[in-house]
Design a protein around this ligand. Structure first.
Ligand SMILES: O=C(O)COP(=O)(O)O
Ligand SMILES: [Mg+2]
Length: 221
């Protein structure tokens, strides 16, 4: 196995807990539409496949009008992007782990299905942006995870081959995208997975982000 030369991170549910801001924005949209409010667990089960899927799932769960979906997605983005950082926080140990990985000399990337603008706002608000050499959002390319293209685009920018990279995510689409790109995958046991973490197919599970450091240090040497 070739040694590790770069780490790619998922954002929502892996680096940051963004569910409260997503819930609040979804609920503003649903209130405008006269639909019922969603609770945090319902919203968590809808996060992961990008903003359009989140709105589609929210509208379907509350009996809204699916034929107006594209207007509702546009309105949701307006609401969410105006206030994406109010409650969103990095998970414990994330900044320290990113700093540790940089000290090992590894370039880092974010590959998320969240729109690029909100991704940058969140990384900047939390003081994390400077750790990353490449950031690919859900609207950067026509394809999103579980398609491998966003991961391959990030690696292209870093100049790193897939077999020398590791993806860290919280959801099935992170592991599937990594495997389709020929990249190794580790999954966190927190976040918003749509199925049990043990079934995601990752080579390792970690309960907290700092557990990544010894794994990477071993594999980078
Ligand atoms: O915004 C989403 O639905 C998910 O984003 P993620 O790819 O960072 O988990
Ligand atoms: Mg995620």
């Amino acid at each position: 196995m070739s040694s590790l030369k770069a780490i790619i991170f998922d954002l929502d549910g892996t680096l940051v807990d963004s569910a409260c801001d997503l819930r609040d924005a979804v609920n503003v949209l649903l209130a405008e539409e006269g639909l019922r409010q969603l609770d945090l667990d319902e919203v968590k089960s809808m996060i992961g496949d990008g903003a359009a899927k989140l709105v589609e799932r929210a509208v379907s769960a509350t009996g809204g009008d699916q034929s107006r979906l594209s207007a509702l997605v546009a309105r949701f983005l307006q609401i969410y992007e105006a206030d994406a950082t109010r409650h969103t926080q990095a998970y414990p140990g994330v900044p320290e782990t990113l700093a540790g990985l940089r000290r090992l000399g590894l370039p880092l990337a974010v590959v998320t299905n969240k729109p690029y603008g909100a991704t940058i706002d969140i990384l900047e608000a939390l003081g994390l942006r400077a750790y990353f050499d490449a950031i690919v959002g859900g609207d950067t390319l026509p394809e999103r995870k579980p398609h491998p293209a966003p991961i391959l685009a990030a690696l292209g920018r870093l100049g790193i081959a897939p077999e020398a990279a590791l993806m860290v995510g919280d959801n099935y689409h992170d592991v599937q995208a990594a495997q389709a790109a020929g990249v190794r995958a580790v999954a966190v046991t927190y976040g918003y997975s749509h199925k049990p973490h043990a079934e995601l197919g990752a080579e390792r599970l970690i309960d907290t982000m700092p557990e990544l450091l010894p794994i990477v240090a071993d594999a980078a040497s």
